[in-house]
Design a protein around this ligand. Structure first.
Ligand code: NAD
Length: 375
């Protein structure tokens, strides 16, 4: 019943999407959806997620929500990129084949560079390399092939820089030494974040549902392990979500005993408005997720100009300044930080749109640099 009332175009209108591509390939069994949200700043870049979605509606809503987030992330990070994302319906443990990725690669090639893919949850560098056999519009490939490799250490670096900005804002101190941080999820990003925190003299609590991830972290660093249920109520300065989205919500916010929420996970707020406001009401400073985790996007975007690690790391550390701008804007406008970040992103997109319309009469410009500092 619900499914029949669902309107694809209503969904596109509600988030202001430009284009959605439904991809089906009989031979490989591929069923994928590419969401292109906004290409005002440049080609839409965003990862390809593989997940056994329960329904087509769930897959579509996910790709629309995620691609919109990528528009905001690219805009606020100062990249000349738009927002896009791809979802492949299937179980990453069972349904991956070379044929499937190459079929997807041909669909991506077909949109002529309007969408650039990368790895995301459920996909790997190897999958991207199959896609690359059919199209050049893919990033996040191995260093050996001229790519930028695993983005998670750079995401963690940016996240740590963002934590420094947030601590400065909340506690007026430039170092994290002596603080306590509770990290939810010590997978790719969480593990590297723990490394930065421990080196900075932070007391770290961790949790994970995966024993292997926990074992690796406790073997390498002095941290205290708590259960997945306990992590929300750990008495700490910073709660750092580094696992799944939607975990800052009406159930968990009352449990929090922290002054700051700052972590790498995407879409942390269960309901952006309700939960963003609830954090502000509890006087918990929220580092907007798409800003503090921008290091990963910054890293893969650097591939488009010829990957240079020094430049990528330097730009990822720039998350510090971007978050400082978000906090200044929130204070000046007396609004919660999640809204300040959205406003900063929209302001940049709208100002570029105005310039383009005024001076060229075009909606999009010609080929220019996709990242700063490259002529
Ligand atoms: P990952 O899958 O490597 O790590 C996530 C970890 O969280 C895993 O170890 C998993 O077992 C654990 N986990 C899952 N559910 C949990 C639960 N209920 N409680 C505790 N732990 C749980 O993923 P990742 O690449 O480290 O990414 C983590 C988050 O950061 C994701 O939300 C991702 O979208 C976001 N992100 C990642 C990057 C990147 O560079 N990898 C960039 C930007 C944003």
């Amino acid at each position: 019943m619900e499914e029949s009332r669902f309107s694809v175009f209503k969904e596109l209108e509600s988030r202001d999407h430009e284009q959605v591509l439904f991809c089906r390939d009989e031979l490989s069994g591929l069923r994928a959806i590419v969401g292109i949200h906004n290409t005002m700043l440049g080609p839409a870049l965003g990862g390809c997620r593989m997940y056994p979605y329960k329904s087509e509606q769930e897959a579509l809503v996910d790709v629309l929500r995620l691609s919109q987030g990528m528009t905001y992330k690219a805009a606020v990070c100062g990249l000349n990129l738009g927002g896009g994302k791809c979802v492949v319906i299937g179980d990453p443990k069972q349904h991956k084949t070379e044929l499937l990725w190459r079929a997807l690669g041909r669909f991506i090639e077909g949109v002529g560079g309007r969408y650039i893919t990368a790895e995301d949850a459920g996909t790997t560098m190897k999958d991207m390399e199959f896609i690359r056999m059919e199209t050049s519009h893919v990033v996040g490939i191995s260093r050996a092939l001229g790519g930028s490799g695993d983005p998670s250490p750079v995401t963690a670096l940016g996240c740590f820089a963002g934590m420094r900005a947030t601590v400065e804002e909340r506690f007026g101190k430039s170092s994290l030494e002596g603080l306590t941080v509770a990290v939810q999820g010590v997978g790719h990003v969480g593990y590297h974040l723990v490394s930065h925190l421990v080196r900075a003299g932070v007391k770290v609590f961790v949790t994970d549902v995966d024993n292997e991830s926990l074992k690796r972290t406790t073997a390498d660093y002095r941290v205290e392990v708590v259960s997945p249920e306990e992590i929300y109520s750990v008495e700490c300065d910073i709660f750092a979500p580094c696992a799944m989205g939607g975990i800052v919500n009406a159930d968990t916010i009352p449990q929090l005993k922290c002054s700051i929420v700052a972590g790498a996970a995407n879409n942390q707020l269960g309901d952006e408005n309700r939960d963003g406001e609830a954090l502000a009401e509890r006087d918990i400073l929220y580092a907007p997720d798409f800003v503090i985790n921008g290091g990963g996007l910054i890293n893969v975007a650097n591939e488009l100009e010829g990957y240079n690690q020094e430049r990528a790391l330097d730009q990822a550390e720039g998350v510090y300044d971007i978050l400082k701008d978000v906090y200044s804007r929130a204070k000046a406008d007396n609004i919660p930080t999640y809204r300040a970040a959205n406003n900063l992103a929209m302001d940049r997109i709208e100002s570029i749109e105005r310039i383009r319309r005024t001076y060229t009469g075009l909606r999009r410009g010609g080929p220019g640099s996709l990242i700063r500092g490259v002529s």
